[in-house]
Design a protein around this ligand. Structure first.
Ligand SMILES: Nc1ncnc2c1ncn2[C@@H]1O[C@H](COP(=O)(O)OP(=O)(O)OP(=O)(O)O)[C@@H](O)[C@H]1O
Ligand SMILES: [Mg+2]
Length: 446
């Protein structure tokens, strides 16, 4: 059977409204209403078709529930989604089974947009536009990343300092390199210096150089990183860690374009562009007197904020595929793509370590994967009780004590709802309510 004749089909256990049918049809999905009086809902599944079962629990009767259970038993790999009404009663074991098997559930009023998106993810063919921006080293086409790219283009030709902020692993150094490569300084040196890693007593000499005999051990004149980068760009990473005397020297360089080597009073004229990055709150360091206010204003003329990966969920799959493709070029591995569930987990995970963490997880998964599709287990994301993250929501980072407790207990009980309910001394219905309240989606792990 060729892909031309394969179809995308939703087997609907229940009664779709005409609006629901129309919406699905517009998104390219056939709706087949399951026949609750027939074996397995009267559903025959053709090889090559994309089939998703939909448990409409808004009005499901016992008959429909038992047919759902049969279909589940016959086709254990079939993905399920569930629709709930606000007062769906979850006491029946069949309902519980359906909910446990469901990858995602939707509560009335059903968000059809989200339903169609989820179906697209399950079909594994949501549109993946070209991922590369036209800025070297920067990947991503999400609105957040496009805004970064626009700023990079605007800031690159200007010789002013840029303060780059953002969480760890968001690509601050990549952005600094891109600014350099897009500027007229591109053929001159680019020096990246981690201010936090320099020994405190040597910072001045490392950055600005020293004259022979200027301190014990200074046996010869040495030029510093700034002079070595003459005509180019110096990127000061973790600029908040600069000690006070180096802050003064840097301020002078920015204001007057001159520096003095340690042990010399001679001013040396120098043309370098300074870029700085911080993942600490520099405003706070200023308020606490740890960072000079005048230097802060000099560095902060132009500001670039690198978005966290969870703010650009649209980029995650593209980046993951690019990292996998790059890995495959260098190593033998079975993995070629990501399973539908893995794609969902990649999108929904909160990525505290941002792009660096994504890169690490994908590489690790590529090593351990034994089939062509990377699974959530390969990514070590199988424990993720996935929170639905909209573009502006913060996903797993937005927690509450109650939510944490439910998540922890679900994990401990390996998602056994009854056991979890027993341990938390509440009913199973309450567990489902809590899941709904905290937007937790029970992943079926296998
Ligand atoms: N947009 C991107 N496209 C491709 N790779 C990226 C992108 N952003 C980051 N990376 C990769 O992610 C990793 C981390 O990036 P980078 O070192 O620039 O982050 P950082 O913000 O400087 O992190 P830290 O605060 O921990 O120093 C690097 O391997 C980098 O190549
Ligand atoms: Mg860095």
């Amino acid at each position: 059977m060729t892909s031309d004749t394969s179809i995308r089909c939703v087997v609907w256990f229940g009664e779709p409204t005409s609006v629901e049918r129309t919406c699905l049809a517009q998104a390219g999905w056939h709706t087949r209403v399951a026949d609750a009086s027939a074996q397995g809902g009267g559903v025959g599944i053709r090889r090559g078709d994309t089939v998703v079962a939909l448990a409409d629990l808004r009005k499901a009767d016992a008959n429909a529930l038992s047919e759902m259970a049969k279909l589940m038993a016959d086709h254990p790999r079939l993905p399920w989604l569930a629709l709930l009404s606000a007062d769906t009663v979850v006491q029946a074991p069949e309902v519980e089974r359906v909910l446990r098997a469901s990858i995602d559930f939707f509560t009335a009023p059903i968000d059809l947009q989200r339903l169609i998106e989820t179906l697209g993810t399950l079909a594994g063919n949501e549109p993946v536009p070209a991922a590369y921006s036209d800025v070297p080293g920067i990947t991503g086409t999400s609105p957040a990343m496009m805004a970064v790219v626009a700023s990079l283009r605007k800031y690159a030709p200007v010789d002013l300092p840029v303060l780059i902020t953002g969480e760890t692993g968001t690509g601050k150094e990549i952005a600094a390199r891109a600014l350099h490569k897009l500027s007229a300084r591109r053929d001159h040196p680019f020096a990246a210096i981690n201010c936090g890693a320099l020994p405190a007593n040597l910072v001045q000499s490392e950055l600005f150089g020293h004259e022979r005999g200027s301190f014990t051990g200074a046996n010869a004149r040495r030029i510093g990183h700034f002079e070595a980068a003459a005509g180019g760009t110096v990127f000061l990473d973790e600029v908040g860690d600069l000690p006070p005397d180096a802050q003064i020297s840097l301020l002078r360089l920015l204001q007057e374009g001159t520096l003095e080597r340690v042990g010399s009073t001679q001013s040396i004229k120098l043309d370098v562009r300074v870029l700085a990055a911080t993942h600490v709150d520099l405003e706070k360091a200023v308020a606490q007197g740890r960072f000079r206010e005048d230097l802060y204003y000099r560095l902060n003329v132009l500001r670039l904020r690198m978005p966290a990966l969870r703010e650009r969920a649209d980029d995650v799959l593209q980046l993951a595929q690019i990292f996998l493709d790059a890995f495959r070029k260098q190593h033998d591995c079975h993995a070629r793509t990501f399973s539908a569930l893995a794609r969902k987990a990649l999108r929904d995970f909160a990525w505290p370590g941002n792009v660096r963490e994504l890169l690490n997880r994908v590489q690790r998964a590529a090593v351990v994967a034994e089939s062509a599709q990377i699974s959530i287990a390969d990514l070590d994301l199988q424990d993720v009780v996935v929170a639905r993250t909209g573009p502006s929501s913060l996903g797993l980072t937005r927690t509450s004590a109650e939510r944490d407790a439910v998540v922890a207990c679900l994990r401990e009980t390996r998602f056994n709802i009854s056991e979890c309910a027993r341990r938390l001394k509440v009913s199973r219905v309450t567990i489902y309510r809590l899941c709904k309240k905290h937007q937790l989606v029970l992943e079926d792990m296998h």
